[in-house]
Ligand binder design. Structure first.
Ligand code: PGA
Length: 255
């Protein structure tokens, strides 16, 4: 397993194609020199994948996708499969982001199908799990995250690279990150759940746990210090070239 921290830029639905191309070109210039320090994955919209892929190809930056459908060659209007993402040059795909679960009704079962399909095509799924503020206040954060995780990992053997992103919903896009001590508890729980499901050697070899939610250059270090956290899923800060460059620049794993 790569010892470099994994930093994922998730641009969400924020940029037009020419803006994605422009930012990707700037990333390629500014971030290439930090490629030894961090594995940087850039996730544009599906529309931007091909153009961004061409820009990243000569660099060490990696292409990822924000979402995918499961299966291949079936009548799913609007669907983009793992095979198509691979074809476009993607190596990672985010699945089960809370914005899709909440706004588009994505279920645990759909997230599981996407993760399985990604893995079967050699695409690394970035499986997002996390509780809402209501669930947290009702004392249900552990139950929620364990059940999301177990459902997402159903029938997954653990023999392929897989990323789990702990993303408390109340910390996403709010500018208010979770306290590192809170994240520490939850990633410990995620690790423990993995231990319940897979042999330790497979976990060490194939699984990485990251955090997502209002990460910036000032707080990334606090999360990467935590046991089990080896990276970050970055939304808002990844849209700002200077801020994201700084974030990648200060990134280091202390373990
Ligand atoms: P944010 O998004 O950095 O804007 O909070 C994070 C995420 O969606 O994972």
């Amino acid at each position: 397993m790569d010892k470099k921290p994994l930093i994922i830029a998730n641009w969400k639905m924020n940029l037009l194609l020419n803006e994605e191309v422009g930012l990707a070109k700037q990333f390629a210039v500014k971030l290439e020199r930090f490629a030894e320090k961090a594995e940087v994955v850039v996730c544009p919209t599906h529309l931007g994948l091909i153009e961004v892929s061409k820009i990243l190809k000569p660099t060490k930056l990696i292409l990822g996708a924000q979402d995918m459908a499961w299966g291949e060659n079936w009548a799913l209007t609007g669907g983009v499969s793992a095979g198509m993402l691979k074809d476009a040059g993607a190596r990672y795909c985010i699945v089960g982001h809370s914005e899709r679960r909440r706004n588009l009704g994505e279920t645990d079962d759909m997230v599981n199908k996407k993760a399985l399909s990604a893995i079967s095509h050699g695409l690394t799924p970035i499986i997002c799990v996390g509780e809402s503020l209501d669930e947290r206040q009702a004392g249900k954060k552990e139950v929620k995250v364990i059940s999301q995780l177990k459902a997402a990992l159903k029938n997954i053997k653990g023999d392929q690279p897989t990323v789990i992103s702990y993303e408390p919903i109340w910390a996403i896009g709010t500018g208010i990150p979770a306290e590192p001590s809170e994240v520490a508890l939850m990633v410990e729980l995620i690790h423990q759940t993995l231990v319940d499901l897979f042999p330790l050697d497979l976990i060490m070899k194939n699984f990485r746990i990251i955090y997502g939610g209002s990460i910036d250059s000032g707080n990334i270090g606090d999360f990467l210090k935590l046991r089990y956290v080896v990276g970050g899923l970055v939304g808002t800060a990844s849209l700002n070239l200077e801020e994201f460059t700084k974030l990648v620049q200060v990134t280091k794993l202390s373990k």
